[in-house]
Design a binder for this molecule. Sequence first.
Ligand code: NAD
Length: 297
Amino acid sequence: MSAKLIDGKKVAEITMNLLKEDVVNWVNAGNRRPFLKVVQVGNDPASTTYIGSKTRACRQVGIDTDTTHLPDTVSAKELKAAIRSFNEDDLIDGILVQLPLPSHLSSHDVIESIDHRKDVDGFHPMNVGRLTVDQPTFRSCTPAGIFELFQYYSIQVKSKHAVVVGASNIVGSPMAIMLSRENTTGKATTTICHKFTKDLTSHTIAADILVVAAGQPNLIKAEMVKEGAVVIDVGINRVADETSDKGYKLVGDCDFEGIRKKASWITPVPGGVGPMTVAMLMKNTLLAAKKSIYPED
Ligand code: NAD
């Protein structure tokens, strides 16, 4: 078997074009353009790259954005005061604090200081909580993007055995929640694995749908995957590559070449899940502007 490729770049492009039309219709109906406020603390190069791609995506779909850049010495009090002022600004629809934060800042604390009605990353406990009780919510962008890919390629999730490797608050855990809900999204029987899981292979080999978000290059090898499985590789890892000008290349968490001979569907890295994450951020920002999740009284 040779797996079919899940082309996240193409699906993201289609999604972005549809969103662009939605934004035009929204503005033509007499509304101002949606506005996304990005907050960057410090100068982490990867964060700067991610913010660059989010800013370009905003431009592409017609969403206004700017980035407030704070030094990595900023105190929790100062950062939360800035966020509070963005919460109160009616011209700001969505707020995104780029993670990771410097170690003296608690990301939980900072995320909770964002008004949940502007939490377009879907990380606020209110939005995560609503996800678990089947209520409309800002869905975390990476899992939401993976569900768009399932839908686009008509990949059946219902009643399948889904296994998620990785249990972080931003990817693995919301992915597992969405896969497992019986009344809304996934309707799959779901197993969550993490670094304390014993005998990882005994779980991954049983997966019809395998989602890997561990941040460990080459963690999942062909012999750990069931014949015909759908494999979604969320990992983005920099590994040394002397043939590249940058001196590194991006790889996922899966042995792509080995697994593609066994799986039915597979996402490449790059060009798989990554572009969908940014597209879902745009979608959430438009939902925030329209007050679709939390209508005003
Ligand atoms: P994280 O470090 O916060 O969490 C990693 C999770 O993987 C943890 O739950 C940990 O227990 C688990 N894990 C680590 N080693 C493991 C092992 N050997 N066996 C089983 N479980 C193991 O990372 P994260 O923020 O969830 O990101 C995971 C990966 O996904 C990273 O490579 C990150 O760059 C990437 N990512 C990609 C996108 C995208 O849009 N494609 C978005 C977010 C994160």
